[in-house]
Design a binder for this molecule. Structure first.
Ligand SMILES: *[C@@H]1O[C@H](CO)[C@@H](O)[C@H](O)[C@H]1NC(C)=O
Ligand SMILES: *[C@@H]1O[C@H](CO)[C@@H](O)[C@H](O)[C@H]1NC(C)=O
Ligand SMILES: *[C@@H]1O[C@H](CO)[C@@H](O)[C@H](O)[C@H]1NC(C)=O
Ligand SMILES: *[C@@H]1O[C@H](CO)[C@@H](O)[C@H](O)[C@H]1NC(C)=O
Ligand SMILES: *[C@@H]1O[C@H](CO)[C@@H](O)[C@H](O)[C@H]1NC(C)=O
Length: 682
C-alpha cells in the first residue's frame, strides 16, 4: 500500500483497536472494573481523531511495462484483491481506506459502546420492581419454607395480604386445597415474606401456590403451583439415594449477548440437564409420584425392572440387576448455592443502600432462566463477598455495607434457608436422611487477613466454630456422610488473593479444624468462589484406617460468570507431606514388605479451570449400609466433564432419636487436642 496516511489516521486506528480489545475482554472474558473507564476513554479518543483522518487517495495507475492482454487481466485482478485486502485491513484495524469503510468502522465501534452501556446501565434502569415469584427453600421431613414476592405497585396500597394454599400432589388434581398461612406483604420488606408450611408427611409430594386474600373463592385455582417433596424421616434406618446440585457465582448475561440482560445461561443449561431426562426416585420409603407432565398410560418404571425378563424370554426369579437395570438417575432434591449470587460491585458498585442491593436480587428472580430452576427445585443459600463487597471481612463488626447487603440477602435468600440455632445468624445445619450438612458463614466473623498473626485470626468466629465442632460430634455417629459448606475454598492450594481470602489466610484455625475432620468418616467440604472446578484430597497425618480418614473438597464455580483465561491458579500439591506405609509385593513366595512413602497433605485429584458454566451434582447412595457410595459429577458448559465415584466408609449409625440428649464425649477430647477450651462453650 502506497497511499499516504495522516498521523491522526494511525492514532485513530490504535485507539479504535484498543477500544475493541478492551470492550471484547469486558463483555466476553472478564468484566474488569477499570474497563469502565478505559472503554469510554478509548472510544472518545477514537472519535476525536475521525475529523482528522482521511481515506487513502485513489492510487494513480503506476507506469508499468507493456504487457500482454493476459497479463493485464491478472494485474486488474491483483488490484481488486489488494483493494479487498485494504478493506478488510480497514475493518480489522480501522485504518481508513475508503469513506464506506470509515462509516462501517464507526458503526461497529458505536454498536460496541452501546453494548457495553447496555451491560452496565440497563441493570440500573430496569429495576424489576414488579417481579412476582413463589419458591421453596428449606425442606424438612414434616415442613417446608415458602418464599413469596407479590408487589402491588400500581395501587396506592401500602401493604396487602396473600394466602398460601397447599395440597398433596396427585395425578388427577382431585385433592382439595388446604388453606395455609396468610402473609402480610409490605414495601418495607420489598413485598416479600417467608412462611413455613407445617404438619406435612415425610417423603411425600405436595404442591403449593399463592393467592391474594381477596380471591377467597377457591374455585380460582392458582396457576402454576410449585411442587416439592418433603425430605425422608431421618430416624428411619433405611438409607437414602438422592442427588443434589452445588455451584456458585452468577452474573446475568455474562458472557454478554446483545440485549439479553435477563438471561442466565448457566441456569438454562442446568434446567436442560435436570429436567429433560426423568429421574427415578428411590430413597427407601418414598413412593414414586406420578408426574402430571408424563403420559399417564405409560408406567414411569420400565417393565423389566419389576418383572425381569431373561435373555431367553422366560420370566425368571433371580435376575442379575446389572443386566436389566436401565440407566437410572436418582432424583435431584435441592440445590446449594454457595454465594456470589449477585455482584454488587462488578462491573460497577451499585451503592450502599437497601434499594441498590435489593434490585440485584429482584433482577435475578426476574430472569426466565432462573425461574426454570427455582420453581422446580428447592434452593438453599449462603453468601460470599460479592453479596456485600469484594473480599469483605466482617470482624464481627457488621461494618458498612454489611447492614444493607444483609437486608437484601435475608429477605430474598436467607429467610428461605434452614432455621439457624441462633436467630439472626446465617450459619445452620440440616439433614437429608442419614446425610448431614453444615453451612458456614465465612464472611461475617472472619478477622482481617492482612493484620496480626495467623494464629490469632479466625474465619468463623468463636460461637460459630463451637457450633461446628458440636455438630461434628453429633453427626460423627448419626450420619453416614457429612458435608461442610464454605463459600471460600478450604484448600490452601489456590494462589493469588486466595492466599488471604480463602482458608489459607486462616491457617491455624484451618489446621485445628482439619485435624478434627480427619477423625470423622466421610467428611466432604463443598466450596466455590474461584471460578474453577477442583477436587482436592486432604491426607491425615497418621495412617488411614480406624480413627483417621481422608477428607475431600469439591470446589465448583462459576455457575454463570467468567473463568480465568491463560493463567492457572491452583498448585498440584502442598509442600507439607505426611508419611504413608504401603505394602509392596516382592515376589510370590515371601510376605509383602512395608514401604514408607511420603504423600502430600493436600493434593489435587482433578482441576478443570476452563468454562463459564459449571456445577457439580453429588449423588449419595446409602441404601446398603455396608457400601455407602458417593458419585461426583462435574458438568461444564452443559457437558459432563468429570466423574468421581467413591466407595465411602461404612458408618455404624447410632439412633438419631437420642440426638437431643446426646452429649458427645469424643468432641471434648478433640477440642482439648486442638487446643481450644470447651469450658467456655458448654
Ligand atoms: C391513588 O391515589 C391517587 C391520589 O391520591 C388517586 O387519584 C387514585 O385514584 C388512587 N388510586 C387507587 C387505585 O386507589
Ligand atoms: C409476614 O407475614 C406475617 C403474617 O401476616 C407477619 O406477621 C410478618 O410480620 C410478615 N413478615 C414480613 C417480613 O413482612
Ligand atoms: C399417551 O400414550 C398413548 C399410547 O402411547 C398415546 O396414544 C397418547 O396419544 C398419549 N397421550 C399423550 C397426551 O401424549
Ligand atoms: C431360560 O433360562 C432359564 C435360566 O437359565 C432356564 O431355566 C429356562 O429353561 C430357559 N428357558 C428357555 C425357554 O430356554
Ligand atoms: C468420631 O468418632 C470416632 C470414633 O468413635 C472418634 O474416635 C472421634 O474422635 C470422633 N470425632 C469427633 C470429632 O467427634
Amino acid at each position: 500500500m502506497t497511499g499516504s496516511r495522516s498521523k491522526a489516521s494511525y492514532a485513530g486506528a490504535i485507539f479504535s483497536t484498543l477500544f475493541r480489545l478492551f470492550t471484547y475482554v469486558f463483555l466476553r472474558v472478564i468484566p474488569i472494573r477499570w474497563c469502565k473507564y478505559l472503554i469510554p476513554a478509548f472510544y472518545l479518543a477514537y472519535a476525536v481523531t475521525i475529523p482528522f483522518t482521511r481515506p487513502l487517495s485513489p492510487q494513480s495507475p503506476s507506469p508499468s511495462p507493456p504487457s500482454t492482454p493476459e497479463d493485464n487481466k491478472q494485474g486488474s485482478n491483483a488490484a481488486k484483491d489488494e483493494s479487498n485486502n485494504d478493506f478488510l485491513w480497514e475493518l480489522l484495524f480501522s485504518l481508513p481506506t475508503t469513506r464506506v469503510a470509515s462509516i462501517i468502522t464507526w458503526s461497529i465501534n458505536t454498536l460496541l459502546i452501546v453494548f457495553a452501556a447496555d451491560f452496565v446501565f440497563t441493570p440500573l434502569i430496569d429495576s424489576a420492581a414488579d417481579v412476582t415469584f413463589t419458591r421453596v427453600g428449606a425442606v424438612y421431613p414434616d415442613s417446608v419454607k415458602v418464599i413469596v414476592r407479590y408487589p402491588l405497585i400500581d395501587h396506592n396500597a401500602t401493604e396487602h395480604n396473600v394466602r398460601i394454599l397447599w395440597r398433596p400432589a396427585t395425578a388427577a388434581d382431585v385433592e382439595p386445597w388446604t388453606d395455609g398461612p396468610v402473609l402480610r406483604l409490605d414495601p418495607e420488606f420489598d413485598w416479600t415474606n417467608t412462611t413455613k408450611l407445617t404438619k406435612l408427611w415425610p417423603s411425600t409430594e405436595y404442591e403449593c401456590a399463592r393467592i391474594g386474600v381477596h380471591e377467597q373463592d377457591h374455585a380460582t385455582v392458582p396457576n402454576s403451583p410449585i411442587r416439592f417433596r418433603t425430605f425422608p424421616d431421618s430416624r428411619l434406618p433405611t438409607g437414602s439415594h438422592f442427588r443434589f446440585v452445588v455451584s456458585s457465582c452468577l452474573k446475568p448475561n455474562f458472557p454478554y449477548a446483545p440485549f439479553q440482560n435477563g438471561r442466565i445461561k448457566g441456569f438454562d443449561l442446568l434446567a436442560d440437564y435436570l429436567f429433560l431426562e426423568s429421574a427415578v426416585i428411590d430413597t427407601p420409603g418414598i413412593v414414586e409420584p406420578v408426574s402430571v407432565n408424563d403420559n399417564m398410560t405409560e408406567s414411569p418404571i420400565p417393565l423389566e425392572r419389576n418383572v425381569g425378563i431373561e435373555a431367553n424370554g422366560s420370566v425368571g426369579n433371580v435376575v442379575p440387576a446389572t443386566i436389566l437395570e436401565p440407566e437410572r438417575v436418582a432424583s435431584t432434591e435441592f440445590m446449594l448455592f454457595l454465594g456470589d449470587f449477585i455482584y454488587a460491585d462488578i462491573p460497577i458498585y451499585h451503592g450502599d443502600s437497601k434499594h441498590a442491593y435489593r434490585r440485584l436480587y429482584r433482577q435475578n428472580y426476574n430472569s426466565p432462566s432462573f425461574r426454570k430452576i427455582y420453581e422446580r427445585l428447592p434452593i438453599i443459600h449462603t453468601y460470599d463477598d460479592h453479596e456485600i463487597i469484594n473480599n469483605y471481612f466482617g470482624q464481627s463488626n457488621d461494618t458498612p455495607p454489611f447492614a444493607n447487603a444483609e437486608d437484601a440477602f435475608r429477605i430474598y435468600n436467607a429467610e428461605g434457608n434452614y432455621d439457624a440455632h441462633v436467630s439472626g445468624q446465617h450459619y445452620y445445619d440440616f439433614r437429608y436422611g442419614d446425610v448431614a450438612f453444615f453451612v458456614t458463614d465465612s464472611r461475617r466473623y472472619r478477622s482481617n487477613p492482612f493484620t496480626g498473626e495467623t494464629a490469632t485470626r479466625t474465619m468463623l468466629g468463636e460461637a460459630q466454630l463451637s457450633a461446628l465442632y458440636e455438630w461434628l460430634g453429633k453427626v460423627n455417629q448419626t450420619a453416614t456422610f457429612k458435608f461442610i459448606i464454605t463459600s471460600v475454598p478450604f484448600t490452601s492450594l489456590w494462589t493469588h488473593d486466595a492466599q488471604t481470602d480463602s482458608w489459607a489466610g486462616y491457617a491455624s484455625e484451618k489446621a485445628s479444624l482439619l485435624s478434627a475432620l480427619h477423625t470423622v468418616a466421610n467428611v466432604y467440604l463443598l466450596s466455590g468462589d474461584r471460578h474453577e472446578f477442583a477436587a482436592i484430597e486432604f491426607n491425615p497425618p497418621n495412617e488411614v484406617g480406624v480413627g483417621a480418614h481422608v477428607v475431600r473438597e469439591f470446589s465448583t464455580s462459576p455457575l454463570s460468570m467468567f473463568y480465568v483465561p491463560l493463567v492457572r491458579t491452583l498448585r498440584a500439591a502442598s509442600d507439607a507431606i505426611v508419611p504413608r506405609t504401603r505394602l509392596r509385593i516382592v515376589d510370590e513366595e515371601s510376605p509383602p514388605e512395608e514401604v514408607v512413602e511420603e504423600v502430600p497433605m493436600e493434593r489435587v485429584l482433578k482441576y478443570l479451570p476452563i468454562g463459564n458454566y459449571k456445577w457439580s451434582t453429588i449423588e449419595i447412595d446409602t441404601r446398603n449400609p455396608e457400601h455407602p457410595k458417593l458419585n461426583l459429577e462435574a458438568v461444564i458448559d452443559g457437558k459432563v466433564a468429570y466423574n468421581l465415584p467413591i466407595d465411602a466408609t461404612p458408618v455404624k449409625l447410632r439412633s438419631s432419636t437420642a440426638l437431643g440428649s446426646m452429649v458427645p464425649d469424643s468432641i471434648k477430647d478433640i477440642l482439648d487436642r486442638v487446643g481450644l477450651t470447651p469450658n467456655r462453650w458448654f
